[in-house]
Design a protein around this ligand. Structure first.
Ligand SMILES: [Cu+2]
Length: 595
């Protein structure tokens, strides 16, 4: 050990007691707060294509998945990453509610990929099902609804068994959905609305990334990045900013807080305004914020009282089983300008009315997330166990409560349920409380800390079909802590618009890259064909039909055994008559998972 390393290690240990397992796994990174925060570029629109039924524009984009070199260490070789458009994080999509989009992801990398738009109620064939891979040399068209309320989504890899590697090497990006209601609030916007994508990685001596490929439990990482840059600085004006935090780490959870260099050891107030599913009911004033993998939290930080100061974004130590290193308690530095500026943005006292699902006291399912026989399991089942991996079959439109139980061992598991926005109802053991910023909105990931039991409640709508739920420690996910649920087709709904039950529907699988598929004419025809089945534009009608159906059952929340289908319940809306061709109807190939 070099003398300087010994001094540093001794100093670190004497300051922090036994918190640190090691000071570095990577080569020492000496350039804290010396490089500026990168802002991912906005994804440019390729073209618009008219919807053949509604006539509205569909936005069309192309993204190439390909290698890039990133000079992480100024004194070593570059790291080779693989990112969307050769960027890591990928370009930021800026979307407007009500305008559908098709994104053609073109695989020019060496690994298979699958793209999940996290936070979107995409139809099953466009949701990034792990086995729906696009091989190198293929492309796939993902059709996205942009039909939900404004929120921060992210798009990232979900390919079977290699999600951790693909996401860690760069396949992750931000996807912002805007809507008029949110824009009218006049929150900080434009240059004052900034995505902050957190990640934690480890490097080899030559400056290349240390791969998580052979890890079986976690890769915590000792180098903290924001938007791809280790420990950056960001020059801010003394005014309000909106920060969109995403924890894109594969294994590290953060407890973030702001600290002024003039008041070390003191946590400064900030307001959490949004979570995974968009705005909270009201700003939640806090001094710190837990954010686990895949969670998104948006905050408003007011720098006006820190003129001319440096404000550091810090991370707490001793979070779950996460390994602390010398600088993993630091994230980035804000350098606040000296001169007053005009700030016309607003932090309203209320933000929106949250569409919580109807309360339901019964627990419909209990899922145990545990380490068993050296693997990661949900109720003892692995994703590879295709005959048994469908662990829930909520009837379409039903409200269900799921109890998520941490099987122990000191591990933590952020649990993501695809398709739905859920309410975090309760948490027992561990922190033993629902955080105010979890309770004041809807989520699609909940952090199941050590020993915790969390109850979540969701309306399994608007679509039926086969979707995944899993741990978002991506190493746990790849080692099979993933299962499926089938939102079942309601035979007695009298509304058969669905032909998107099967995420592996051959119609939408990846195709080989051929020049003739990339002509203007071919792209227009293909998208108009996909749009002709109206995957999303009848969502209001669909929800009305489901409301009417569940009204006949008394309540979405208390109705039981609604799957029988023995009492045909014709709804009276005209929508009930709307169907798509029977050939493309339900379960046409009889996959057992779809029954
Ligand atoms: Cu886990």
């Amino acid at each position: 050990m070099a003398f300087s390393t010994l001094i540093r290690l001794t100093a670190a240990l004497s300051v922090l007691g036994t918190t640190l397992a090691k000071d570095w796994e990577s080569p020492e990174y000496k350039w804290l707060y010396q490089y500026p925060l990168p802002i991912p570029q906005t994804k440019a629109l390729n073209r618009t294509i008219p919807h053949p039924v509604t006539g509205k524009d569909i936005n069309y984009y192309e993204v190439e998945i390909k290698e890039l070199k990133q000079q992480v260490y100024p004194d070593r070789g570059p790291a080779t990453l693989v990112g969307y458009d050769g960027l890591a994080p990928g370009p930021t999509f800026q979307m407007q509610r009500g305008t559908e989009a098709v994104v053609r992801f073109i695989n020019k990398s060496k690994n298979p990929n699958s793209v999940h738009l996290h936070g979107s109620y995409s139809r099953a064939p466009f949701d990034g099902w792990a086995e729906d891979v696009t091989k190198p040399g293929e492309y796939k068209d993902y059709y996205y609804p942009n039909g939900q309320n404004a929120r921060t989504l992210w798009y990232h890899d979900h390919a079977i068994d290699i999600t951790a590697v693909n996401a860690y090497y760069g396949q992750a990006g931000v996807y912002v959905l805007h809507d008029g209601e949110e824009s009218a609030l006049n929150l900080p916007s434009g240059n004052y609305d900034v995505p902050l994508v957190l990640s934690s990685k480890q490097y080899n001596n030559d400056g290349s990334l240390f791969s998580p490929a052979s890890e079986t439990t976690s890769l915590y990482g000792d180098v903290i990045h924001v938007n791809g840059q280790p420990w950056p600085y960001f020059k801010v004006e003394p005014r309000k900013y909106r920060f969109r935090f995403l924890d894109a780490s594969i294994s590290r959870t953060f407890q973030l807080y702001f600290e002024s260099d003039k008041k070390l050891g003191e946590k400064q107030d900030f307001n959490v305004i949004a979570s995974d599913a968009g705005l909270l009911s009201a700003p939640q004033k806090v001094k710190d914020l837990y954010i686990s993998m895949a969670e998104r939290y948006e905050v408003v930080m007011d720098f006006s009282k820190f003129k001319g100061e440096n404000v550091t974004l810090r991370n707490s130590r001793k979070i779950a089983a996460d390994i602390d290193y010398l600088h993993t308690d630091k994230v980035m530095k804000f350098v606040v300008g000296k001169d007053s500026v005009e700030d016309n943005s607003v932090l309203p006292s209320s933000l929106r009315s949250i569409p919580y699902p109807q309360d339901r006291t019964t627990i419909d399912h209990e899922f145990l997330f545990e380490r068993k026989n050296g693997g990661w399991r949900i109720n003892g089942v692995s994703f590879a166990d295709t005959a048994n991996r469908v662990l829930a079959k909520p009837p379409r439109g039903k409200v269900e409560t799921w109890k998520l139980v941490n099987g122990g061992g000191g591990w933590s598991h952020p649990i993501h349920i695809h398709l739905v926005d859920f309410k975090v109802v309760s948490r027992k053991n561990g922190r033993n409380a629902v955080m105010p910023y979890e309770a004041a909105g809807l989520k699609d990931v909940v952090w199941l800390g050590p020993n915790e039991e969390v109850v979540v409640e969701a309306n399994y709508a608007p679509w039926d079909g086969l979707y995944m739920f899993h741990c978002h420690n991506l190493i746990h996910e790849d080692h099979e802590m993933m299962a499926a649920f089938n939102v079942t087709f309601l035979a007695d709904l009298g509304y058969n618009e669905t032909h998107y039950l099967d995420p592996m529907d051959p119609e939408y699988r990846a195709k080989a890259i051929k020049p003739e598929a990339f002509t203007d004419d071919a792209i227009r025809k293909r998208i108009q064909f996909m749009a002709s089945f109206q995957p999303y534009n009848k969502v209001d009608e669909t929800e009305a039909v489901l409301d009417a159906y569940w009204a006949t059952k008394g309540s979405r929340a208390v109705a039981a055994a609604a799957t029988t289908g023995s009492s045909p319940t014709k709804t009276t809306t005209t929508a009930a008559a709307t169907t798509t061709p029977g050939k493309r109807g339900r379960g046409r190939r009889g996959r057992s998972e779809l029954q």
